[in-house]
Design a protein around this ligand. Structure first.
Ligand code: ADP
Ligand code: ZN
Length: 204
């Protein structure tokens, strides 16, 4: 099953991906995680990507598409994959059509104010796990024991910027995929578990 998770920053795509990859036994491919890993390792791609990410802008399409195309060529994607944070623009979606056939686009529907609140209190682990300070005040990851950090782009100004980029550049993908009959709308205002149950009901 080839699945795209589509939705505003903070809609909970990453949290659902963590559960869905186990449920469907398919790899979770997050372009955001790929860029952050490159930044942490200080690669050329990382240095370049950081200049866009820190401003809340998108990394240019050609580089992003190249990274995804390479990742999708790995053997573990043969039985399906979960794309999280890609595609994020019409040109990326058009490029993806030439690389892979998509079965479902899960569209996370959520209120804007909820998103700002979620991202403002988000704590991230290098292992990919995320928490919210309100429900997880400890600074240590439950999964791997590493110390949590606040993503540099999770500050209010950058969050607003990311939301604006989402509305302008990414939201049109909902129409793009609706035309192709691939979209499943999911209410993402509830808890992680509630949203997960909704998704697995709809995606079979
Ligand atoms: P979120 O969904 O919370 O914004 P991500 O981890 O998906 O977080 O992305 C963080 C940043 O990485 C984005 O704001 C953007 O700068 C960059 N990025 C991630 N995916 C893409 C993409 N498909 N195209 C361009 N830039 C991307
Ligand atoms: Zn961890």
């Amino acid at each position: 099953m080839n699945i795209i998770l589509l939705g505003a920053p903070g809609a909970g795509k990453g949290s659902q991906a963590t559960k869905l990859k186990e449920y469907y036994a398919i790899p979770h491919i997050s372009t955001g995680d790929a860029f952050r890993s490159n930044i942490a390792r200080g690669t050329e791609i990382g240095v370049y990507a950081k200049s866009f990410i820190d401003k809340g802008q998108l990394v240019p399409d050609d580089l992003t598409v190249k990274i995804v195309e390479e990742r999708l060529s790995h053997d573990d994607c043969k039985n399906g994959f979960l794309l999280d944070g890609f595609p994020r623009s019409i040109p990326q979606a058009e490029a993806l059509e030439k690389i892979a056939k998509i079965d479902y686009v899960i569209n996370f529907v959520i209120d804007t104010e909820k998103v700002v609140k979620r991202l403002g209190g988000r704590r991230t682990c290098a292992c990919g796990e995320t928490y919210h300070v309100s429900t997880h005040p400890s600074n240590i990851c439950d999964k791997c024991g590493k110390e949590l950090y606040i993503r540099q782009d999770d500050n209010e100004e950058t969050i607003r910027n990311r939301m604006a980029v989402y509305e302008k550049t990414t939201a049109p993908l909902v129409g793009f995929y609706k035309e192709r009959g691939l979209v499943v709308d999911v209410d993402a205002n509830g808890t992680i578990e509630e949203t997960f149950q909704k998704i697995i009901e709809l995606v079979k």
